[in-house]
Structures are given as structure tokens and as C-alpha cells.
Write a protein that binds this ligand. Structure first.
Ligand code: SF4
Length: 590
């Protein structure tokens, strides 16, 4: 049985619902959550109001198969007003499963700061005034100690001060260095006075056909642990992308002014591994182990008093506070990341905001009186640290604005052509060409994770462009991700979770499915997402390419607005058929 736990933080009331029917129709994870969100989110709903729901969900593969280690969060984004969707690893998926639920829905607003405790069936709202104001790192340490006596699997989600200040670029940190990073879930936690969630349980399930299950499990495990597909993630992690991207003119540098960073070698995955890497760790039940943790020793008092800090890094983080700010010193990148981690901002978003502020300052749109005397300059990590401190302390209106996202800042101060966002979401770290940019624009969450356009660009490097074919490839990738995000497997495991493997796995778990059903269901989920986005105000025709990107060389040369619009049009046409299918399916469901 698949069950949803509903918690109202205003009243403390809880309900448990059987949602097995939804799992059989929409697989689980993102499929089921999108269906639920479609019923509850609207353009009028204030995402920071007590009524706004947070859905956390896992899928049928979590706890059963390796690298099905992610949890999906769906909400209305306070950053974009559009669909908010974010995925996080850690131990959360296993803990939700072990607690006896598959979906947790949180609404309401607590009168005073609290953390939500779920231990098997037991739900408690625990006042935590003393945790309010604390960093995302220290809260985890305190709660881990306090809740140490729990049995089974346990996961801790929490926000830092940025979420308390309702910054729409605030993230939720999960266990060690995992995040619901994008689109502002941290602000929604803050708006509900919800500092943290501790979830645990010790439910275990057995499976009927053990022999076939073990055979599939072992096949998957071997592939994930030892294959070429996953080697890169284990070895250098995604930071292996830094050098190759810079070589093909695709690494955003100095606020997307160029794709080549002259000091890329000094912030490359290789450099971090050789000089700072302390350990590779893994989300629970994942044999890939892509999380790279660096240590940095800092003198805090003369003559020999040192502290050691641990910071995780990956490609996106290195891009956002490295090449895009022209920081060529790896230790400085780690110091900036640690500050961001403590505050609980989404690192991509805050990096893009800093890059915009720097260029806007150089152009004279931002003045020295706005910055309180600081002269912003690319490459100046000391000043960037001071800027982050001033944002954290809310020193003046300008600094308060910076944590509201780059779209907000550009609307208010100007230099809109320098604001690198797609549909108000700050741009990720690939400028490979048209498929990357169009992917950010049309994707369901305006992220590089929607359809991996950056990877399609690389397949077309040096080749004649073929708009229909490229857009179709993006669309098909996006469709298959509807399935894997419903299961909910890690995207880094996508090479192993082929359609045949997924079909076999679902059958072993009691789903009566075949490949045709999977294809149709992926299109229905895709269509439901765009129905939801349309309901929230999304319109393909309003999508824009940041004008700066028409003036720079990407991995595939320059891109024109005409080309961008044409690709969007092709994508929108494909999506319209899925929306039609989704409407039909929803009519049957009702
Ligand atoms: S590949 Fe990395 S992010 Fe994905 S589940 Fe494994 S450890 Fe977590």
C-alpha cells in the first residue's frame, strides 16, 4: 500500500491517506506529486502563505533498488511563481520509506519556530526557538545528537538563516551536503516557521519473487558500481566537466561573458582532487558515491590555532562561484561555498546574482553608495565574502534585494540584459549552445536537469544544426526523465535504468506494465506538468533568451533570437500533444 501523510502545522492535525491508486496510474515520485499539485496549486496562491503545500515524495523503486536514492519536492516556487520542483539525495528517501509513507504533505504555519518530527507513525511538532537563526550546518549537528536514540533510518532536513528571511533562493539542506537547492523551497519552510524535519522509521518490506528480484538487483548493482557510465561520477565527480567545457568554449565565465576561463586548471576537478579532496561519500543505498568533500585548513588565531572545514563541491558550484566570478583560487571557492552552505542559499542562484551585481556595478547601474563602499570586481573573492556577509546581515536595501534573485534585482535596478535567468530561474553552468539554452527555457523546472540540452549540444559540436532532430532529442530525454523521476532514481544512474530494466523492476513490485504503458505514462506526466505550469501562468510564447547570450560565442557559436524562438515553437508543439493526453487521463481519473 502507498500512503500519504498530511500534516497541518497550524493545527497539528495529521491524516493518512491511501494513495495506491495514484501510484498505479502515475508510477510515484514526480508523477504522483504533479497530479496532487495540479489539484492544489493555482496562480492566486501565495507560495509563502500557510495554505501553500509542500509535497515530498518517493517512488516504487526507493529502498528496493540501488541508486533509487532521491526524493522529489514539489511546491509553488516563490522565485518564479511557477512549478517548483527539486530533488535531493542523502538518507531521506530511505527514511521516508522506513517511516511507512511514500508522500508527506505539509501545510499550515506554526505560531512559533518548530521542527517536525516523524518517527514511524508518530508525528510531533517540537518547539525549537533556540535553533532559529542557526546555520544549516549547526542545526544538523544539534538535531542528530538530540534524536540519537531513534531506531532505523533517519534523515534531517533543515534551513539556514536565508530560509528564515524568506529568501526565494533559499534551499533546504538534507543530511550531509545534499539539497533541495533550486527554486526556493527554503523560503517556504521559513514561511511556515518550519526550521527542520527529522524523519525516521524501521519498516522493512519483503518481496514475493526473491529469485528474480535478486537477479535484477545484482545486475543493477554491478553496473552502477563498476561500469564506465558511472566511473566519472565516482572519480572526479561532475567537476570533471570544468576543463573539457572550458576547452570547448562552454564554461560560463564572468557572468556569461565568455565560455573559456583562462584559469580553469586551477579550479578544475583534477586540481580539487589533488589538493583538497578528503573523501567521496554516497547517498544511502547508492554504490556510485559521487559526493566529493574537500577539507580546508584555516588559521584562526596566531601562532598555530587551526580549524578544518569540510565543504562539498561539484561542477555547478565551481562554475557559480568560480569561473562565473572569475575566482581562480580553489581555496577561495571553498570559502565562498562554505558561507553559502551555512546561510542555506542555492549556490547557483547566489553566484549568478553576484555575477550580475559585479557587471551592473562596472556599468554604473549599481553605485558605490548601493554597495556601502565596496567596489565589486570579478576575481575579488575577499570582497565577495564581504558582500555575502552584508546580504546575511541585511545591511541595506540593496543587499536585502540581492537574495531575492537576479530577475528581481534586474527589474528593480536595471541591467536586465545582464541578468542570466530563464523564466526567472538563475542559469546553470553550461553554455554549450542552443540546446542548453532552449532546454533551460522550455524545461519543466528551467534547469539543466530537465532534458540535458548541454549533452545534445556536445553531440552536435562541429556539425550542421538540425533543429527538428535536436529538439526531438531533448523532448525524448525529458519524457524518459518523467519515468526515472517518478521511480525516483538518481539521474547519474540513468545509463543503468533502461526501459527494459524499469519494466522488469516495476513488474517485480506488482505493477502490471509494459513498455507501451511506460511511454504513454511518461507523456501523461509530462503533459500534466505543463498543464500545471500553464495554470500558474507559464507560456511558451513569453519565453526569452537573455539578450547577452545572443552576443557571445558558445560551444556551438552564436545563437540568434530567431533560432531560439523556432526551437521553442517545435518543443511547444510536441508538448501540446502530451497536454491533450494528460487532459484525457485526468478526465478518466476524476
Ligand atoms: S550518484 Fe551521487 S547524487 Fe546520485 S544517488 Fe549516488 S551519491 Fe547520491
Amino acid at each position: 500500500m502507498y500512503r500519504m501523510l498530511e500534516i497541518d502545522l497550524s493545527t497539528g492535525e495529521t491524516k493518512v491517506k491511501d494513495i495506491s491508486g495514484l501510484f498505479s496510474k502515475f508510477i510515484g515520485g514526480t508523477g504522483v506529486l504533479t497530479y496532487l499539485a495540479l489539484r492544489e496549486l493555482s496562480s492566486q496562491l501565495d507560495p509563502l502563505s500557510p495554505q501553500a503545500p509542500i509535497f515530498l515524495g518517493i517512488g516504487p523503486f526507493n529502498s528496493y533498488f540501488p541508486s533509487a536514492s532521491k526524493t522529489v519536492a514539489i511546491f509553488k516556487s516563490p522565485l518564479t511563481g511557477d512549478l517548483g520542483e527539486s530533488h535531493a539525495g542523502g538518507r531521506l528517501a530511505m527514511a521516508i520509506f522506513a517511516s511507512g509513507f511514500h508522500v508527506v504533505k505539509i501545510t499550515g504555519k506554526a505560531e512559533k519556530p518548530l521542527y517536525l518530527s516523524i518517527d514511524n507513525e508518530k508525528v510531533n511538532l517540537v518547539p525549537c526557538r533556540s535553533l532559529w537563526g542557526r546555520s544549516a550546518l549547526s542545526v544538523e549537528r544539534i538535531l542528530r545528537e538530540k534524536e540519537d536514540n531513534r531506531k532505523g533510518k533517519k534523515s534531517i532536513l533543515r534551513i539556514g538563516p536565508a530560509g528564515e528571511r524568506l529568501s526565494p533562493i533559499a534551499s533546504v539542506t538534507v543530511d550531509s551536503s545534499r539539497h533541495f537547492g533550486r527554486l526556493g523551497l527554503g523560503a517556504i519552510f521559513g514561511s511556515k516557521n518550519l526550521k527542520a524535519v527529522v524523519i525516521s522509521g524501521n519498516r522493512y518490506e519483503t518481496i514475493q519473487n526473491k529469485k528474480d528480484y535478486l537477479s535484477l538487483y545484482n545486475e543493477l548493482f554491478k553496473d552502477l558500481a563498476y561500469s564506465e557510465n558511472t566511473y566519472k561520477y565516482r572519480d572526479l565527480g561532475t567537476s570533471a566537466n570544468v576543463l573539457p567545457l572550458s576547452k570547448i568554449n562552454s564554461l560560463p565565465t564572468r557572468n556569461f561573458s565568455q565560455g573559456f576561463f583562462e584559469s580553469a586548471e586551477r579550479i578544475s576537478g583534477e586540481y580539487f582532487a589533488e589538493n583538497f579532496l578528503a573523501q567521496q561519500i554516497s547517498c544511502a543505498h547508492c554504490p556510485i558515491g559521487c559526493i566529493h568533500i574537500a577539507t580546508l585548513r584555516e588559521l584562526f588565531a596566531d601562532p598555530h590555532m587551526y580549524k578544518t572545514i569540510k565543504v562539498s563541491y561539484d561542477h555547478e558550484l565551481i562554475y557559480s562561484v568560480g569561473s562565473n566570478l572569475s575566482i581562480a583560487n580553489a581555496a577561495d571557492v571553498l570559502k565562498l561555498l562554505q558561507f553559502i552552505e551555512r546561510q542555506g542559499w542555492d549556490a547557483i542562484s547566489i553566484g549568478v546574482v553576484l555575477a550580475w551585481a559585479t557587471e551592473a556595478f562596472q556599468r554604473g547601474v549599481i553605485s558605490i553608495s548601493d554597495t556601502g563602499g565596496l567596489a565589486l570586481s570579478f576575481g575579488d573573492s575577499q570582497t565577495y565574502l564581504k558582500v555575502l556577509e552584508k546580504i546575511a546581515s541585511g545591511e541595506n536595501e540593496f543587499y536585502k534585494d540581492l537574495e531575492k534573485g537576479v530577475y528581481h534585482c534586474a527589474q528593480k535596478y536595471g541591467a536586465q540584459d545582464l541578468a542570466m535567468h530563464f523564466n526567472k530561474n538563475e542559469a546553470p553552468g553550461y553554455m554549450t549552445g542552443p540546446d542548453a539554452f532552449v532546454g533551460y527555457a522550455v524545461g519543466v523546472r528551467h534547469s539543466h536537469l530537465d532534458c540535458a540540452g548541454y549533452s545534445i549540444d556536445q553531440k552536435f559540436l562541429g556539425r550542421q544544426q538540425d533543429i527538428e532532430k535536436e529538439v526531438k532529442m531533448m523532448y525524448e530525454e525529458s519524457l524518459w526523465r518523467m519515468v526515472t523521476n517518478s521511480l525516483v532514481t538518481c539521474l547519474f544512474a540513468r545509463g543503468s535504468y533502461t526501459p527494459n530494466v524499469v519494466e522488469k523492476g516495476l513488474r517485480l513490485l506488482g505493477y502490471d506494465v509494459d513498455l507501451q504503458w511506460l511511454t504513454k505514462t511518461s507523456r501523461i506526466i509530462h503533459g500534466m506538468k505543463y498543464l500545471l505550469k500553464e495554470k500558474l501562468g507559464f507560456d511558451f510564447e513569453k519565453l526569452e533568451l537573455p539578450s547577452k547570450l545572443t552576443k557571445i560565442y558558445t560551444g556551438r557559436g552564436m545563437m540568434s533570437t530567431v533560432d531560439f524562438k523556432e526551437r521553442v515553437k517545435v518543443y511547444a508543439k510536441l508538448v501540446s500533444q502530451d497536454m491533450y493526453l494528460a487532459k484525457e487521463a485526468l478526465n478518466q481519473q476524476l
